[in-house]
Structures are given as C-alpha cells and as structure tokens.
Design a binder for this molecule. Structure first.
Ligand SMILES: [Zn+2]
Ligand SMILES: [Zn+2]
Length: 445
C-alpha cells in the first residue's frame, strides 16, 4: 500500500509538470498573434540610445494594463539635460522571492536591408546629423519575449508567490543604461531582487534553442581614444617634419604585441584599432593622427594590464620617433562608457538550465562558449551585497538557413548587421517560455 501510494505520488509529480508545460504552451500559442504584432510594431519604430521615449511609453502602457505598479523615466546618467527612459514595473503577489526580468530598449544607427515588410525606415538625429535606425541587435525581440512573460506570469499568478520586477533598460548600446538605473535607486527605491535574468538573441543559435554559460560569458569592453601629435609640413620634405601617420602606424603594430606577447596565452583578450584618421591631401604631412580602440577581457587585472600597456606603448613609440615630452600622445579612456565583464552566477545558471531543459527539452538547452562581446547587464551583479545574475542566449537563426550556411562555410548576418533578421514566431515562443519558466523556477522556495 505504502509502495503503491509512493508510486502514485511519484506519477502525479511526473505528470503534473508535463501537464503544466502543455498548459503554458497553449497560453503562449493563444498570445502569439498579439505578440507578433507587438514585435512588428517595435521593429518598425526603433529608437536610438538616449532617445527611447516612445518605446518606454509602449512598454509602460502594456505593464499598466496587466496591473503592474509602473514607474517611468527611471535612470540618471549623471549628464545634465539627458533624460533617462527606464521603465520599472512591480507586481506583488504574496510573500516570496523577488525576481527581476530585464529587457533593453534601444536600437542602432544602421540602415535596415532585410527587405522585410515590417522593415524600419526610421531616421533620427545622432550628434546633430540624421542617421537611419534599426533594431539590429534584437532588442525588439527581447522586449516582445519580456512582454509575453509578463502576460504569462500575470495569468499564472496562482502558481507562484513573490514579487516580480520587470525593467526596461535604456542605452544598452552605450554601456550606460544599467548604471543609470542603479544610480537612480533600482535596488533601493524598488524591491531588491534575489535574482536577475535577461535574454539576448543569438544569430549563431537556431530558433527553438536556449544557450547558457555559467561564470564569465561576455567580456568587458573599454573604448580608448589616442591622439598622436607630430609636426606637419610638405610631403616632399619629410625630413623637416615628424610624421604622425608613420608614428601612429607603428603604434598600431606595437599594440598587436600586447595580446600576443604580454598577456598570458590562456587569458582571453582583444585589442582592436577600429578607426584611424589623419591627413587631408596627398602631399601634406599632417600634425595629428587619431586612433580609436576597443579593448576586451574577462578578468579586471587583465583589462588593467592592457590599458597600462597601451599608455606605455603610445609614449614609447612617440619617444622613439623623437617627439618631445610635451607633445607625447594623448590617451583618453572613458570610464563612463566602459562595461565590466558579465559573470553569470554559476548556481543560478545551472538551476535555470535544469528547469529550461524540463520545459524545452534536453537537446534544446545547450551550454555555449563564452564570447568577447559585452553587455552592461553585468552591472546588475556587481552591486554590494551581490545579486546573482544570468543572461541566457535566445536562438534566433532560421535552422535551415543556418545549416545551409554552415555547409557552405559561410555565416548568417550577425548582430548589428543591416541584414540581421531573427525568425519571428518560434523565437517569440521560445523566449516567452524561457523567461516565464525561469521566473516560475525562481519563485519556488
Ligand atoms: Zn548590440
Ligand atoms: Zn544587444
């Protein structure tokens, strides 16, 4: 009898999660057309970082309709006159953990070339000049999955207890939004989370799959500007000048030795010179050259080592060329636009991976390699005392096109590409299910 009872209880436990999965799938399927409409709306109306006014208002309206207590214009950039368009929605549903789900809001100055019927034709002002705008990083898909999860969790409120905090973060692409929200009291004015979860689309992962990586998953990113000073003159009389183009060119090559000769071979690191500008005409040696660098690493000490080496090499190469002490290169590193590495809390990540495997199927939840891209999502885990965070990858590629590209030895258009186009419905479905499942798991005691 006892054995029979145990067996029956065991069966009930085995069956009820499956039944619950079917119920969730049905709920998501019923919302799919509406969510697709939201996605197309957001995709058609992208807004640049620091300008996410309408996007924030749209999300705030949706949360209000669902019964969340919503705050708008959350965030402080520490820059006079710069408004922040952060959205925070709080839903209290009894005693229990506080779970925070984050989406980003902003788009990029990219001219869309997908040819989709809902492609963006938006143009906006960036630093005074008009630029095209596109959701080329998939933040529109993040918002759609986030809205879907909010709807599901409201409907399923008898299945969980606790406090749900939904945040819409501006200016992710500037590495500035998370800091602005935290500076404005995200963890003090609003319920402090026990865990923070977000999704980011992946162009390398097929639709229907979720990727996870415990520990370091995304790198730190730092921007460095270098001005090399020389003394200009006629291109036919180089011996009477100090040519900043030649000095800067030597510096570009010297910078390559930081990763190859100074950083330990087992430490991931990147130094890329993404921009090199100097001169106006064939026969004039200019008096300045400008370099713009991005620096990527995982460990703070490696990042520090690279930044120090850049300064040393800039100085040394200029000295070797005979530049006087008072004309040495100016190296500017913006602390405000730097992003720390994203460290996914290992226990939280493993816990979510386990729950997602049950919900989506073992083979649809895959452990992925870390990447050298960066995300200011990292900052939600760096406040004291620490809050565990986890960013999951949301597969966005058409599986057949991905397979064909792999067979041909090519790649599909990636994030920030003018042709980046996630498959829509299966990605929404998986995104909503993953975020909802993650939250339900974390509300368990
Ligand atoms: Zn991006
Ligand atoms: Zn992004």
């Amino acid at each position: 009898m006892v054995r029979l009872l145990t067996l029956a209880t065991g069966l009930a436990l085995l069956l009820s999660p499956a039944a619950a999965q079917d119920a969730l799938d049905a709920q998501i399927a019923a919302e799919l057309a509406a969510l697709r409409a939201s996605y197309e709306h957001l995709h058609r109306h992208p807004e640049l970082s620091y300008q996410e006014n309408q996007t924030a208002a749209y999300l705030a309206g949706e949360l209000r309709r669902l019964g969340f207590a919503v705050s708008e214009n959350v965030g402080n950039y520490g820059v006079p006159g710069r408004n922040a368009y952060g959205v925070v929605g709080v839903l209290r549903n009894g005693a229990g953990p506080t779970v925070l789900l984050r989406t980003d809001l902003d788009a990029l100055p990219v001219e869309e070339k997908t040819g989709l019927p809902y492609a963006s034709r938006v143009r906006a002002l960036l630093d005074g000049s008009e630029v095209p705008v596109m959701h080329a990083c998939g933040h529109d898909m993040h918002m759609t999955a986030w809205l879907g999860a909010a709807r599901m969790l409201v409907r399923l409120r008898d299945r969980w207890q606790g406090t749900l905090v939904m945040i819409g973060q501006p200016a992710e692409e500037r590495g500035a939004g998370a800091r602005a929200l935290l500076r404005d009291g995200l963890y003090t004015r609003f319920p402090r989370p026990d865990a923070v979860v977000a999704l980011h689309v992946s162009a390398d992962l097929p639709a229907g799959k979720i990727g996870y990586r415990e520990g370091y998953a995304l790198a730190s990113a730092d921007s460095v500007d270098i001005t090399v000073f020389g003394s200009g003159g006629h291109g036919a009389y180089p011996h009477r000048t100090k040519d900043p183009i030649v000095i800067a060119a030597q510096l570009v090559l010297a910078l390559q030795t930081i990763v190859s000769r100074e950083i330990a071979p087992l430490e991931p690191a990147v130094v890329t010179v993404g921009s090199f500008h100097a001169g106006t005409k064939h026969n004039i040696i200019p008096d300045q050259a400008h370099l713009q660098l991005t620096v990527r690493a995982y460990k703070p000490e490696v990042r520090e080592q690279i930044l120090t080496a850049i300064r040393r090499l800039a100085r040394g190469v200029a000295l070797a060329a005979g530049i006087p002490e008072d004309r040495l290169p100016r190296v500017v590193h913006s602390e405000e636009e730097s992003t720390p590495a994203t460290h996914n809390d290992p226990a939280l990540t493993e816990r979510l991976a386990g729950a997602l495997k049950l919900a989506l199927g073992e083979t649809n939840v895959v452990r992925t390699e870390p990447v050298m891209g960066a995300e200011d999502f990292s900052r939600y885990g760096l406040e004291q005392p620490p809050v565990p965070i986890c960013m999951l990858w949301l597969g966005a590629a058409d599986p057949q096109r991905l397979e064909a590209a792999r067979a041909a030895g090519t790649t599909l258009p990636g994030l920030h590409s003018a042709e980046f186009a996630p498959l829509v419905e299966p990605v929404i479905q998986t995104g909503v299910k993953a975020l909802t499942t993650a939250a339900l798991e974390l509300f368990k005691k």
